[in-house]
Design a binder for this molecule. Structure first.
Ligand SMILES: [Mg+2]
Length: 375
């Protein structure tokens, strides 16, 4: 399918004779300068319609009015709290234009929904602000919406509203609403000295997948494809987050989007505590023997690289025996303990201790070579 321009190009020398292909319509519209605004609005409306057709967006339940009006109307009642999070996803900062559009659509929603998982809430509705260049309004947008729809269906989300506009690069902003039993949302601030620190999954896998992608190794082996999945299609740990909240096992929780060292620092700061991490216990990415030559440091990637969207949580020591080794196939590992002294340290089995500095993703910090965390 040919890429269709969404928006009218600037008026030419004789605007009244300018013709522009009109998306979702089978004919060409003449755009005299005088009625351009009307047509531009119609174009945006057709884009909104297209988004609404692709991504689950039917109003119902608490969502009294969904997409298509000035604002969504939510009638919230009952014994639940609502959690709301917002998340930017920008070309050149969080992803590259070269990434598959379906992955961009899926991942944009997955990473925003990960914050809902970290509160222990159930995802319900989302709002999408979408800015794209005209050149992305055809196939690219279809594929993007397909990825976003897959994520929405998987996470149980309904699109409730948003905005669309033209911009020279791809820029997304997502707002996600989730629901949790009143008072049961797990905050970053609940960790207490003596609590044990747990983490889900393996850390550093997303970074490893990114590097495979950058080196063009992603098409080769099944094993590599699995490692790439964490980079291209991260899964917010929704069921785990809800379980940790529902059972009251977690005293504090955060999702690992910026890297263990940085997200642990966020959690400790909010709780007014410190932490000691046992190096040997960190479930770092396993690098297959045939890729050892790439000389990647699994521990560094686990500590300082983001995008894993695993959960980092604390558990009061007396409740820790109730924590299983796995939750629905996802490994759960105790990696350290919360301490009163407000410092972060790494403890080796031999007993040597060193400070743990937050060196994860920070968009405002310059990295060698100007590399961002995601890319
Ligand atoms: Mg978060």
């Amino acid at each position: 399918m040919r890429s269709q321009p969404l928006f009218l190009v600037q008026n030419g020398p004789n605007p009244s004779t300018q013709f522009v292909p009109y998306p979702n319509y089978d004919h060409y519209e003449s755009i005299p300068g005088g009625i351009r605004t009307t047509v531009l609005m119609a174009r945006e409306r057709s884009l909104v319609k297209r988004v609404g057709q692709k991504v689950p967006s039917r109003a119902g339940g608490e969502l009294r009015v969904g997409i298509g009006d000035d604002a969504a109307v939510l009638r919230l009642r009952g014994a639940n709290d609502w959690v709301v999070t917002t998340d930017a996803f920008l070309e050149g900062v969080h992803f590259l234009a070269a990434h598959p559009p379906r992955m961009i659509g899926y991942k944009a929603l997955a990473r925003a929904t990960s914050d809902i998982a970290a509160m222990g809430a159930l995802p319900r509705y989302f709002f999408l602000n979408l800015a794209i260049p005209t050149s992305r309004a055809g196939n690219w947008l279809d594929e993007f919406l397909r990825g976003m729809a897959q994520a929405a269906v998987r996470f149980g989300l309904v699109l409730a509203g948003g905005d669309t506009t033209k911009y020279p690069r791809i820029a997304l902003n997502l707002t996600v609403l989730g629901e949790v039993k009143a008072g049961r949302a797990v905050l970053r601030s609940g960790a207490r000295p003596g609590d044990l620190i747990g983490v889900s999954g393996r850390l550093g896998e997303a970074e490893f997948g990114l590097r495979l992608f950058q080196q063009g190794l992603h098409k080769r082996r099944k094993e590599v494809r699995n490692l790439l999945r964490k980079h291209l299609r991260p899964e917010p740990r929704l069921a785990l987050g809800q379980w940790l909240a529902g059972t009251g096992l977690a005293s504090a929780m955060i999702d690992i989007s910026d890297g263990l060292s940085t997200d642990l620092a966020h959690l400790c700061e909010a709780s007014g505590v410190g932490a000691q991490i046992w190096v040997e216990k960190i479930p770092a990415v396993r690098i297959p023997a045939e890729l050892q030559r790439l000389r990647m440091d699994p521990l560094r990637m686990a500590l300082d690289c983001g995008d894993d969207y695993e959960l980092l949580f604390t558990v009061p020591r007396r409740r820790a025996p109730r924590l299983p080794k796995r939750f629905r196939g996802i490994p759960l590992t105790i990696i350290g303990e919360v301490c009163r002294e407000k410092t972060l340290s790494l403890l080796e089995l031999r007993g040597r201790s060193r400070p743990l500095h937050p060196r994860g993703w920070d968009p405002f910090r310059k990295r060698p070579g100007g590399r961002t965390n995601s890319f």
